[in-house]
Every structure is written in structure tokens, then in C-alpha cells.
Design a protein around this ligand. Structure first.
Ligand code: ZN
Length: 313
């Protein structure tokens, strides 16, 4: 650069207008997500979406902290993209998060599809509602929980004093749940033919044991009842036989009674006949007596005439 050029540049620099202060637009604070306690359940709500994403990333952190080998948010698996996919050893599990009410049919189909692409277990985190228990879900209290202290109000099961699992009444910390689930201490199972829930493996063992005992007791009761039924049947058969015999006897007795009646009738007929004959015999005797008397009288008269004849000679 020549001396003259340098001088020109200096001149240009000095002639530039001083920088005006840049007026930056005032940035409004842009809070995203709901406030804790809002408990919004609106489908398609942007703030809810943000809360769900926050929960997913929080879950990812918890899963890794609990010992998962890998945990990914919205990672495709085959043709499916579960909200969260985590792996530990051979176990591959998925978590689906929904802040709006869930369609049971959709959830069941999605669970089946996730299992078809290789997920061993699927957990649904959704609001509390009738769908909890129909799908392997926990009912989350607040998706915008303060300090990420997420709690489940439903979907958990706990053993009662009879050793049978029943719905958990106390809230379940999701943090605690994740620790237990990753450690393989929790499992989802069927409480009855159509209610599902999450409980510890040891509680499931106690529950199945209590149920096995109950089944054994019921089987024994059934056997006893069958024996009783067989005995009752036999007794009924015996009674029926006896009844048949009695009926037969009764019929015979009726026949005999009929015969007796006939004999009685014949006897009374005979009695009547006899009485008539007696009367006739008495009359005939009387008549015979009269004739005898008359004969004697006639003989006497004849003898008198004969004696009188002799005397007259
Ligand atoms: Zn919302």
C-alpha cells in the first residue's frame, strides 16, 4: 500500500458518521409449558406439548441415572417412534407420554405394535382416567410438576394385609418408579381378567401365591361339594326307589281293599239271603207244626170213629 492510499483510507475513516446506538426490540419473557398445578388436559395444546417434552428429557436423565445403558427421546424403532426408548442388557423398553385423555383402542394397538418391533415392556404415562388399568399405564398427577417432582396417582398396585394386590392409594414418585423399573424390580401384570397395574416383583409373587392358595382351597371346596352332591343324589335315588316300592305296596293294598269290599258285599248279600231263608224255614216249620197238629187231630177223629164202630158192633 502506497503512502497516498494510506492517507486516503485514514481520511475515509475519519469521515464515517459515529455509530448510532442500535435499538434492539424489547424481548418479552417467553415462558413455555404450563404452570405447576394447571393440570391442562387439552389435546393439541402447545404448552402441554412442551411439558411432555420436558418430562421425556427428564425421564431420559432419570433412566440413565438409574442404570439404563441407553435412553433416547423420540428414537425410531422399525416403523414406530416411541416417546422414549431405553435399553439395559437384553431388555428394551418404551415409554409413551400423553398429557391428554387416551383412547384405549389406540393405546392397545400402539402397545401391540411396539411389542411387535421388539419392545419387551411398554409404559404409558398419561392423565388419570378410566383408561388406567386397561393399558400398562400410570396416571400422572401433573405434567408441569414443580421441580420435576412427578407423581403417579393411579396404575400402581400394593399388597394388602390378605396378601392380595389392590390399587395403591398413596401417590407414587415417578423417580422412585423409574429406579425400580430399570433395576427390574417392577412389573406390569393382570390383577383380574381386565385390570392391569404395576407392582414390585416380590408383591406379584406374594399375590400369585395367595391366589394359588385360594384356588387350592376352592378346588377342595368344589371336591367336597361334589362328594356331597353325589351322596345327595344317591340318597335321592334310594328315596325314589323306596317311594316306588311304597307306591307298589299302596297299589296292592288298594287292590286288596277292593277285593275285601267285594267280599264284604257278597257276605252281606249272603246274610240277607240267609235271613230270608230263615224266615221261610220258620214259616215252614210253623206250617209243618200246624199240619202235624191237624194230622194228629184227624188221626184222633179217625181212631174215635174206629173205636166207636167197634163199640157199636
Ligand atoms: Zn395444555
Amino acid at each position: 500500500m502506497s503512502t497516498t492510499e494510506r492517507a486516503e483510507t485514514r481520511q475515509q475513516t475519519t469521515t464515517l458518521a459515529p455509530l448510532e446506538p442500535v435499538k434492539l426490540p424489547v424481548v418479552e419473557p417467553n415462558p413455555r409449558g404450563h404452570q405447576a398445578g394447571d393440570r391442562c388436559r387439552e389435546p393439541g395444546c402447545g404448552n402441554c406439548h412442551w411439558d411432555v417434552q420436558r418430562l421425556k428429557y427428564w425421564l431420559r436423565g432419570r433412566l440413565l441415572a438409574a442404570g439404563a445403558d441407553d435412553a433416547e427421546v423420540d428414537k425410531p424403532l422399525g416403523a414406530q417412534t416411541p416417546g422414549l426408548l431405553w435399553r439395559r442388557g437384553n431388555r428394551l423398553c418404551a415409554i409413551e407420554v400423553r398429557s391428554a385423555p387416551v383412547s384405549i383402542e389406540h393405546a392397545r394397538k400402539r402397545t401391540a405394535r411396539l411389542k411387535a418391533v421388539g419392545c419387551d415392556e411398554v409404559l404409558w404415562l398419561c392423565p388419570t382416567g378410566y383408561w388406567i388399568g386397561q393399558i400398562p399405564a400410570l396416571g400422572v398427577d401433573d405434567f408441569a410438576a414443580a421441580g420435576c417432582e412427578y407423581r403417579a396417582l393411579s396404575g400402581g398396585l400394593v399388597i394388602d394385609s390378605d396378601g392380595i394386590l389392590s390399587p395403591r392409594e398413596t401417590p407414587w414418585e415417578i423417580r422412585e418408579f423409574i429406579d425400580g423399573w430399570v433395576a427390574g424390580e417392577l412389573a406390569c401384570g393382570y390383577l383380574d381378567e381386565d385390570t392391569r397395574g404395576w407392582a414390585t416383583v416380590s408383591d406379584w409373587e406374594a399375590h400369585t401365591h395367595a391366589q394359588a392358595m385360594m384356588i387350592a382351597q376352592q378346588r377342595q371346596e368344589l371336591l367336597d361339594q361334589r362328594t356331597e352332591l353325589a351322596l345327595a343324589r344317591r340318597a335321592t335315588r334310594d328315596k325314589a326307589k323306596q317311594m316306588h316300592k311304597m307306591m307298589h305296596r299302596l297299589e296292592r293294598a288298594e287292590l286288596v281293599a277292593g277285593e275285601l269290599d267285594a267280599v264284604k258285599r257278597r257276605l252281606s248279600d249272603r246274610d240277607r239271603l240267609e235271613a230270608g231263608l230263615r224266615v221261610r224255614i220258620a214259616r215252614q216249620r210253623e206250617a209243618v207244626l200246624h199240619w202235624q197238629l191237624m194230622t194228629c187231630f184227624a188221626m184222633l177223629v179217625i181212631v174215635t170213629f174206629i173205636v166207636a164202630g167197634f163199640m157199636l158192633k
